[in-house]
Design a protein around this ligand. Structure first.
Ligand SMILES: [Mg+2]
Length: 303
């Protein structure tokens, strides 16, 4: 019988108890013919190791039971392990479940259909490399600048108080109160920009923040490209005024925004800046980000 190695992060969803959801998921896995093996994470970053070392064969399934942060760690571990044919199934059990929704496994009905259909698709991964954190995968986005402040300001308390849809908007305005634009040196091919910026972002998908913000309109995880947006420095009030355009994705036509496709990008910060990868803040600049086309297999349903 094929195995389902289930990597569980019990701290996901700001620590809300999801044990009944997990046992329901294990029952479903058995029903569709997998033998579940649960491996629980013990600390941040542990899922990277668990996923890297999971001794799976192509018929098995690697299951993420957590949020976008846990999915990121699992994808990072698989990226480090090298080419694999074992599909990754993402169960939505976190605060932001953007990846699960994109893969078409974002609710129980579609997850069950995807498990029954065993439809697998290879998706692009952004390979993000920093000196401190080594190689990480970004499934959603990688960014330097305001994105890290926003994620730090979206504390577990904010997540608990405002819930998955609103917490990132609250984080946005909390972060803005203290925000200073760093000077970033961004290189894409033979082009270089060296100036204060609000953010430099590489998008693998269109939406972030629990689906709230359309940070990279038109971005797809199957086109072999990342969507780069570079937002030139401006005042806090102007950033606040642009919030609704960011939600709608119309900010990319703003004169302060450069928005274009690319396959690789290098970012340095003065002083060094932390790097936001999916929902987590990791490492610091300099960072190299590049697209690995059709890199990891995922269980997919109908989105
Ligand atoms: Mg793309």
């Amino acid at each position: 019988m094929p195995r389902a190695v289930v990597i569980v992060n019990r701290q996901a969803a700001a620590g809300r108890d999801r044990s009944s959801r997990l046992s329901a998921a294990l029952t479903v896995l058995r029903t569709v013919g997998y033998l579940p093996e649960v491996r629980t994470t013990e600390a941040p970053g542990h899922a990277v190791e668990l996923a890297r070392d999971a001794d799976t064969v192509p018929e098995d399934l690697l299951v993420v039971a957590g949020g976008d942060g846990t999915a990121n760690e699992v994808a990072s571990g698989r990226l480090r392990a090298g080419p694999t044919k074992t599909p990754i199934a993402v169960l939505p059990m976190g605060t932001g479940n953007d990846l699960a929704h994109l893969l078409g496994t974002g609710d129980d009905r579609r997850l069950l259909a995807a498990l029954r259909g065993r439809r697998v698709a290879f998706r692009d991964v952004l390979a993000v490399e920093t000196a401190a954190d080594g190689l990480r995968a970004a499934m959603l986005f990688a960014a330097v600048g305001f994105a890290s402040d926003l994620l730090r300001a979206t504390t577990p308390r904010v997540k608990g108080l405002f819930g998955p849809r609103l917490c990132y908007s609250v984080g946005f305005f909390r972060a803005l109160l203290r925000h200073e634009c760093p000077t970033l040196r961004v290189r894409v091919g033979d082009r270089t920009w060296d100036e204060p910026m609000v953010v430099a972002l590489a998008g693998n998908i269109a939406h972030a923040g629990g689906g709230m913000m359309r940070v990279a309109p038109g971005a797809r995880m199957d086109d072999g490209e990342m969507n780069v947006s570079l937002i030139r420095a401006t005042g806090r009030l102007e950033v606040a005024r642009q919030f609704l355009r960011l939600v709608r994705g119309t900010h990319v036509s703003h004169p302060l925004v450069r928005y274009f496709p690319a396959t690789a990008m290098e970012i340095e910060g003065t002083p060094p800046q932390s790097v936001a990868v999916d929902g987590e803040v990791l490492g610091h600049t300099p960072v190299h980000i590049e697209v690995r086309p059709s890199c990891l297999p995922f269980l997919v349903g109908h989105a």
